[in-house]
Write a protein that binds this ligand. Structure first.
Ligand SMILES: Nc1ncnc2c1ncn2[C@@H]1O[C@H](COP(=O)(O)OP(=O)(O)OP(=O)(O)O)[C@@H](O)[C@H]1O
Length: 317
């Protein structure tokens, strides 16, 4: 089972620029969370701070009783072994074939024999659908394959926490759907805690158990998927439904004139809530909740046409 990540009052500055301040959230163990936010709001900086590559100016990141923000180098080294990280471009070594790229963390961080390494590498490559591509160089394969190779490499040390930065950037919609299904299936299989940074609204609406939104130097909201998808909070509703009307402008916040010009233009109604993607095995993930459960428990009526209505209609036939 993955481990919980507790973030408390986290603040990060570069010189006089505050990237975000007072960010508090808990990534529940074994669940999938997605972090959204307009460009430049510090999503990548947030991932790097969680893994201790960047030091926050204030706050804590608690993992298994250790505060990443303040711990010793030795503790950080140990805690990092819990993480698997997939960077945007897969971050492959260009001169090594995929096999050697995927084997790299095992050769660096373990004393496993080459035959043990071979078994793990081939298993992980099979998991991400790259069997047969072991001898290819990163430059010889597509962006989608590079991402999957990066994922195989992030998985070789059996991570408890997977941080994934924009897995869908540069991928076509079909490949994005495949990689999203892969995340759901992986989560079902390895039970790690996932945090995915994405700009893809469809991914955010259908993949995670929880959604967070960074906006204007703070965490606007973090919580269960259905909570954010039904939220009428203007920033959240605008972002999750990709609308132009709302407080978010082309370059961050809209100014008073822009907002005044939108007065009287109502936000369009929320679209129906989609079903969450299920594992292809048909066996529910450990952290999976029934679609509509959050809405029911919190007395929220989902927008017309959402999953519960459909499920209800189907159960009548
Ligand atoms: N090492 C650094 N030194 C100084 N400033 C930095 C550093 N890393 C990031 N920044 C700044 O922090 C801000 C947030 O950057 P970050 O890459 O985290 O944004 P993002 O939300 O991931 O953006 P995008 O969605 O466009 O990838 C930016 O203004 C960036 O210029």
């Amino acid at each position: 089972m993955g481990v919980e990540v507790v973030v408390e009052g986290l603040t990060k500055r570069f010189g006089s620029q505050t990237v975000w301040s007072d960010v508090s959230l808990t990534l529940p163990a074994g669940e999938i969370s997605v972090m959204l936010g307009p460009s430049g709001t510090g999503k990548s900086v947030f991932l790097k701070t969680l893994i201790g590559l960047l030091k926050p100016d204030a706050g804590h990141v608690w993992i298994e009783g250790v505060d990443i923000a303040k711990c010793s180098r030795q503790d950080l080294y140990e805690i990092r072994k819990l993480f698997g990280v997939l960077f945007q471009d897969g971050a492959m070594f260009g001169s090594m074939n995929l096999y050697d790229n995927v084997a790299f963390p095992l050769r660096e961080h373990t004393r496993k024999s080459e035959s043990e390494i071979r078994q793990i590498v081939l298993e992980r490559m099979e998991l991400v659908g790259l069997t047969g591509a072991e001898n290819k160089l990163p430059g010889e394969i597509s962006g989608g394959m590079r991402k999957r190779a990066g994922l195989a490499r992030a998985l070789v040390l059996d991570p408890e926490i997977l941080l994934i930065d924009e897995p869908d950037s540069g991928l076509d919609p079909v490949r994005t759907t495949y990689i999203n299904q892969l995340f759901i299936d992986l989560n079902a299989q390895i039970d790690a805690t996932f945090l995915i940074v994405t700009h893809d609204i469809n991914t955010a609406r259908t993949v995670p158990d929880n959604i967070g939104l960074l906006y204007h130097r703070h965490l606007a909201m973090f919580g269960p998927r259905e909570m954010l998808l039904t939220s009428k909070e203007p920033v959240v509703a605008q972002f999750l439904n990709a609308q132009r009307v709302g407080p978010i402008g082309m370059s961050e916040e809209k100014d008073a004139d822009q907002l005044a010009s939108e007065e009287g233009i109502a936000m369009p109604p929320l679209p129906p809530l989609p079903l969450q993607i299920e594992p292809s095995s048909g066996i529910p993930r450990r952290g999976q909740r029934e679609s509509g459960a959050w809405c029911r428990e919190n007395g929220v009526v989902p927008p017309a046409g959402s999953f519960p209505e459909r499920a209800y209609a189907m159960s009548l036939h």
